[in-house]
Design a protein around this ligand. Structure first.
Ligand code: FCB
Length: 487
């Protein structure tokens, strides 16, 4: 989810006038060949020849069949898709998002979602059919601890069955502990602003670690904490609907500390656990690249939104240069870095206090160099992914793409998106980034928070009237890449 959408919702997936300089407006990747390609040299010429500059040259996908690059992904690369409980399970009536929907704050209520709660085996069969060897999903806190301090054995059994179903299909679970939704009882107490939230979170994590810890290696403690703080506490678009900088800072600090506690609990349950958060990374460019203040805002906003949280967990201190410094109980509480990447925004400075330095999102319409817009009006900007993989490589930790996807009714757009982004992943790996997996958002069409059901993110199309599933052609095309582990 782009963290602030200035472009009109539902913009049609057509390239704006003048598109093409930065990103080919209508990329047409050649589908993977059906015969198996020869084993590729590790650093294919097509990638290493990308000319210098920060971003290098954008590949002309029309000319780049998969056999043209023959890039080989690392052995044991994790390939799969991601979901989150509230977006797919259905009837999560006991959390703050459900209440938010019922209060009419969003386009549509989630209702039965896509009934994944009852159909997960069928959905995993489909994922297996298209070669996925990993799957990211989230535990729903409001099901596991529906009443304060009381854990539901039934819910725990359910997630045990989910994990078992993945194991039976040889899919590595990547488990998110908190993906935006709080149980009612906790939201009613003030949620992340409650002074004892870290303890509440730790109690939940302790139970989860005890129940599932031995069976799960990859954990995501918090999904996109900074997006949640921004949407929930700065622009008031998500629960609890506030616009207060002090509250935002309080919540941010508590989320950091909550992660640190969770990190230890998960490692107690399994020494070789790999723990991270999922960090949303949003590419940013200056509204006017010649304006110094816009460039300053790109840096400020970029640090706060894209880097601060990971930086704090790694170094053991929350640092906002010139403004704030606070030590965390300890550093090095990331075993890998999960990155969620979707799009780019243009930033315009609006002053020299903190909100001004963060700036605002500028309209895109006047731009010549803008990529194709997706169904929600977000720009398709694949090279941003390589930029972030390169930038986060400095932490010297494995990187996992925990989300990357596109709302697209036209499945050809989805395939183009996947192909162009994988090309960027390949490029970053060939430059030395230690990328261990690519999880597409999403396995299924699902409930896209404030945007409801119109956004179609799924490798699997879902007809919500009948709940019928159908694998989209893009899922089969991706399967060819996964099978050969080669682009
Ligand atoms: C991400 C969220 C995920 C989904 C996608 C489109 O920011 O983590 O739940 O909404 O955006």
């Amino acid at each position: 989810m782009s963290d602030e959408q200035a472009a009109p919702k539902n913009a049609p997936p057509v390239p704006p006038a003048g598109a093409g300089a930065a990103v080919p407006p209508t990329p047409q990747p050649t589908p993977p060949p059906l015969q198996s390609a020869p084993v590729a040299p590790h650093e294919p010429a097509g990638l290493s020849m990308a000319p210098g500059g920060a971003l290098g040259e954008i590949p002309d996908a029309a000319k780049l069949g998969t056999h043209a690059t023959n890039f080989r992904f690392p052995d044991h690369f994790l390939w799969g898709a991601a979901t989150s409980a509230h977006q797919v399970e259905g009837d999560n009536t006991n959390n703050d998002w459900w209440a938010w929907e019922q209060a009419g704050k969003v386009a549509q209520p989630s209702g039965r979602a896509v009934d994944h709660f009852h159909r997960f085996r069928e959905d995993f069969d489909l994922a297996q059919a298209v070669e996925h060897n990993a799957h990211r999903f989230s535990l729903e806190w409001s099901r596991i601890e529906p009443i304060e301090g009381e854990f539901s054995e039934e819910a725990i059994q359910h997630y045990r069955a989910v994990l078992m179903a993945l194991r039976e299909r040889h899919m590595e679970p990547v488990v998110t502990i908190f993906h935006y939704t709080l149980p009612h009882w906790l939201a009613a107490k003030g949620g992340w602003e409650h002074p004892r939230i870290e303890r509440y979170f730790a109690r939940y994590v302790q139970r989860v670690a005890h129940e599932f810890g031995p069976a799960v290696k990859y954990w995501i403690t918090l999904n996109e904490p900074v997006v949640q703080v921004f949407k929930g506490y700065l622009i008031g678009q998500w629960p609890p609907g506030k616009s207060e900088w002090p509250a935002a800072l309080t919540v941010l600090r508590r989320m950091l500390r909550a992660h640190v506690r969770a990190y230890h609990l998960l490692h107690e349950a399994r020494a070789d656990a790999m723990v991270s958060i999922a960090q949303h990374v949003l590419a940013l460019s200056a509204d006017d690249p010649h304006r110094w203040s816009d460039r300053l805002s790109v840096r400020t906003r970029g640090y706060l939104f894209n880097e601060l949280f990971v930086d704090a967990l790694h170094h053991g201190a929350l640092r906002v240069p010139g403004l704030f410094w606070e030590r965390l109980p300890m550093g090095r509480t990331l075993d890998f870095i999960g990155l969620n990447y979707y799009t780019r925004d243009f930033v315009r400075n609006s002053g020299y206090d903190l909100p001004g330095l963060v700036g605002g999102i500028a309209a895109r319409d006047h731009r010549a160099q803008v990529g194709k817009l997706n169904d929600l009006g977000w720009e398709v900007y694949p090279e941003g992914l390589a930029t972030f993989l390169r930038r986060f490589a400095r932490f010297k930790l494995p990187l996992m793409i925990t989300e990357n996807g596109v709302p697209a009714v036209d499945d050809e757009d989805r395939w183009n998106f996947i192909y162009l982004h994988l090309w960027q992943v390949a490029r970053a790996i060939s430059e030395g980034a230690d990328v261990i997996g690519y999880l597409h958002w999403s396995l299924l069409d699902n409930y896209e928070w404030a945007d409801g059901y119109k956004a179609r993110f799924g490798l699997i199309e879902v007809d919500r009237a009948t709940m019928k599933r159908r694998l989209r052609p893009s899922a089969w095309k991706l399967a060819h890449i996964i099978r050969r582990n080669e682009l």
